[in-house]
Design a protein around this ligand. Sequence first.
Ligand code: PRP
Length: 216
Amino acid sequence: MKNEKRYLTFALGKGRLAEKTLDLLESIGVTCEEMKDKNSRKLIFVNEELKLQFFLSKNPDVPTYVEYGAADIGVVGNDIIREENRSVYEVLDLGFGKCRMCVCGPQEAQELLQHHQIIRVASKYPNIAKDYFYNKKHQTVDIIKLNGSVELGPIVKLSDVIVDIVETGSTLRENGLDVLEEICPISARMIVNRVSMQMEADRIRKLIGMLREKIS
Ligand code: PRP
């Protein structure tokens, strides 16, 4: 007797990214009706027919679930992928959730980035900040980890500059800060567990193919 298909499990970063991912999946016929009930407190949602499961998690946890195989597939920004540095395959740029990882601060701070002096850098992304300053700019810096509203750093003189995401630029503008240097472009990426990529190769490759065709 042929083995029953096992569930393919998706971990999606909570919020706008998850909504856009679900819209994209729906456009290729991969739906999850259960997830549309906004009042539900359920944590995991199933599409019995397609043998799929979906759950939402905090963005930084998505690569963790995928590395350990608790999810076969994850969708999260490459800011998180780079910061968390988990052992997963990054298989597809989904093309939405576009923004930029930048060094930002008041214009006067531009000078501090030119002369390899020790400065203070506040960020939700300490690993990305460290990698950029140490390995790319060869500048020794003091990195201060924050958990949000990072733009406050230079305003209250906690730090000289910040490393953060810039999408529309309005948070910077409204707080008298500018982009001083660009580190890398960011967008939503699909990641896959290394073992699942071998064991479920047919299903996962088919899915990637359909998504690639849809977004091209
Ligand atoms: C992100 C980021 C910036 C802002 C950039 O913060 O950290 O603060 O969005 O967007 P903009 O360029 O369109 O203004 P988020 O809203 O995730 O909240 P947080 O500050 O609590 O991290």
